[in-house]
Design a protein around this ligand. Sequence first.
Ligand code: CMC
Length: 390
Amino acid sequence: TGLTTFDPGFGNTASCRSDITYIDGDAGILRYRGYPIEQLATQSSFVEVCYLLIHGELPTSDQLAAFNDELRRHSAVPSGLRLLVDTCPGSGHPMASLSIAASGLAAFHTDNADPEDPDQVETATAQLIAQLPKVAARLYRNSTGKESISSDLSLGYVENFLHMLFGDEDFDQETKELYARAMNLLLILHADHELNCSTATVRVVGSSGANLFASVSAGINALSGPLHGGANQAVLEMLTEIERDGGDVDRFIAKVKDKSSETRLMGFGHRVYKNFDPRSKEIKKLATQILERHGRDDKLFELALKLEEIALNDPYFVDRKLYPNVDFYTGLIYRALGFPSNMFTVLFAIGRLPGWIAHWREQHAESNPRIARPRQLYTGPAKRDYPGHG
Ligand code: CMC
C-alpha cells in the first residue's frame, strides 16, 4: 500500500503545528498561549481567555472593552433560529439542538458565512460566542418547562449567561457571586485542549473549506459522545446508579476491572495526561467549596471521593496510569448549581467555543492548508465477481 504508519485513534500522529495550547501529559501541565491554566482559572475572565486564545495575546483594557462590545452587538439570535430551537422537543438532547443552532447561524446570517472573508470570520466568531449561550439558556428553560428570560446586556458575559438561566430564582448576592465565579472558572478550564476529538473534528471539517459555523457544529456533535464531553453526564449517571445499587463502591470497581463487563470508570483516564489532569485539581477544589455551601446530593460527592481514593490505590488503575480527568467532578458542580444532567455537555461546549474557533482560524491562516484525508489499511474481500441473477 505504500503506507508506513498504522495509528488507530491517531495516538501518535501530529497532524498540524499549533501555537495555541501546550500540554505536557507526564508533568500535568496545561498552558493557553504560554499562560498556566491555574493562573488563568483563578485570575482571568472567560471573555479575556476567549480573546487570548483567538488572537494570541492578552487584550489591553481597551481591546477587552471593544471585544465585549462586539459580543453585545452580535448577540441577537435571529428570530427564525429561536423558533427552530423552540421546535425541538424539550425531551430531546440539548446537544443535538445546540449543533442545529450552530449550523443554523450560517443559514440565518447569510452574509457572514464566507470563510475567506476576514471581516465575516470576525463577525461569525462574535456571533458564535455571543449567541450560543443564549441558545443554551433557552434550551435549559425549554427542557425544564420554564419561560425563557431575555438577556441583560448591562451585565458581564458570565453574569448575563447566569441571568438567562436562573434570573427568576431568588438568589442572594453571595450565591450570585459564587455561581459567577464557578461558571467563569469552569468555562476557562474547558476553553481549549489542543487536538482533542472535537477540536480535531473542527479542523478536519474546516480543512475542506467549510465555514466556521459548519465546523463548530461538527465539533459540538463530536463532543457529545460519552468518551469525550458526554463523560460529565455519564459520571453523574454512574454515581446515581452506584447509589441506587446500595452505594457499594468496591463492587463497582470490581465490575470495571472485569473487562467482560465493558464498564469504564467514567471521568477517569486520558489520552495525554498520564500523571494527573491539572484541570481536575482546580475543579475538585471548586466542587468541595460549592458542595459545602450549596450541598445537594452530598452522597454522590462522597461516592466520587471514595471511588477516586480506591482507584488511585488500585494496581489496575495505577498500572494503566488512569487518573480523574476534567469530567470527574464537573457534573457534581453543575448539579449543585441546579442543572439537569443533559445540560452538562452543553456547558462544556460553551466553554470550548473559543478553542474550536482559535484552531479553525489558525488552520485557515496557513498559507497552504492541506485537506485532512487519513489513509486506511483495507481488510475486506479481494476482488470477486457479482454472481448475476441467471
Ligand atoms: N476505566 C477503566 N479502564 C480504562 C479507562 C476507564 N475510564 N480508561 C482506560 N481504561 C483502560 C482500557 O481498558 C485499556 O486497558 P487495556 O490496556 O487492559 O486494554 C487502557 O486503560 C488504555 O485505555 P485506552 O482506551 O487505550 O485509552 P485511550 O487513550 O484510547 O482513551 C479515554 C482515553 C479518555 C477515552 C479513556 O480513558 C476513557 O474511556 N475514559 C472514560 C471516559 C472519560 O472520562 N472521558 C473523558 C475524557 S477527558 C475530557 C474529554 O475529552 O472530554
